[in-house]
Design a protein around this ligand. Structure first.
Ligand SMILES: [Zn+2]
Length: 282
């Protein structure tokens, strides 16, 4: 089917008390692996690219891959700009045909975050493309992102932010970080419940790679409707290639090691879809 927006699948998830997995894809093989996992489990799925991924191959390349995968698929697929870093990039993604846009103004002060988010929301509204924003800082480092040590989302600020921007979903900072964790992160789940009590739009969890299954499930229980997975997919993909090449150093066919990399990513994504509770929700 044609690409869907995140608005329809996230509102459905919110109603059903489950989450939709959002997977960062870097190339064609990762797109193929994610769609294969979603198909097998009959689950809705979001594929997304960060600005540094977009810089690598361009919005059009990624969108074409994901749209082609979606077209042949029976499950709903959305294409999302992850951590949109400027108004211009958000507009480029909108024009390219992305069906969901994140504008990340979390590094700015509160009022400026409201201002840029509202600008993007207003610009996306005529095309009915939903917008995700972030309030508070998800810590850690990945690509060009640097959340530093983070800064948790304040529930009352979240309420004001959503009312003033009309944003469609909100990424919250409750103790997760991007990249690989050093120890076991401690999530502020009470804060998440407090935010959920005063904010009606679907909430988003970033930095889920490396969280325990229990932590992810409890977050979903308390209102998370979209869970982002990036780092783990990179590791699974690269491990697949490394292992195949170390066993067969004479291999020169990219299809051969691509296949085992895809298999690795597919298994991981299936597991994460199960954690999200979105099996058979297509
Ligand atoms: Zn993120």
């Amino acid at each position: 089917m044609a690409l869907v927006t995140t608005k329809e699948i996230l509102l459905k998830a919110q109603e059903g008390n489950y989450a939709v997995g959002a997977f960062n894809v870097e190339n064609m093989e990762m797109v193929m692996a994610v769609i294969a996992a979603a198909e097998e489990l009959n689950a809705p799925v979001i594929m997304q690219t960060t600005p540094s991924t977009v810089k690598y191959a361009g919005l059009d390349f990624y969108l074409a891959n994901v749209a082609a995968a979606a077209k042949k698929s029976k499950v709903p697929v959305a294409m999302h700009l992850d951590h949109g870093s400027s108004f211009d990039l958000a507009m480029q993604a909108l024009r390219a045909g992305y069906t969901s846009i994140m504008i990340d103004g979390s590094h700015s002060v509160f009022e400026e975050n409201i201002e840029i988010t509202k600008r993007v929301v207003d610009a996306c509204k005529p095309s009915l493309i939903p917008v995700e924003a972030e309030l508070g800082k998800v810590g850690g480092k990945e690509d060009d992102l640097d959340g530093g040590s983070g800064g948790y989302t304040d529930p009352l600020e979240a309420k004001e932010f959503v009312e003033k921007t009309n944003v469609d979903s909100l990424a919250v900072a409750i103790g997760t970080a991007h990249g690989v964790y050093d120890g076991i992160p401690k999530l502020d789940l009470n804060r998440l419940s407090e935010i959920k009590n005063v904010v009606s739009v679907p909430l988003v969890l970033h930095g889920a790679s490396g969280l325990s299954e229990e932590a992810i499930k409890e977050s979903i229980n308390r209102g998370i409707c979209k869970v982002n997975f990036a780092t783990e997919l990179r590791i699974a993909y690269t491990d697949g290639i490394k292992n195949t090449l170390s066993e067969n150093p004479e291999l020169i066919d990219p299809k051969k090691y691509g296949k085992s990399a895809m298999e690795n990513v597919k298994e991981l994504v299936k597991n994460r879809i199960e954690m999200c509770g979105s099996v058979n929700r297509a």
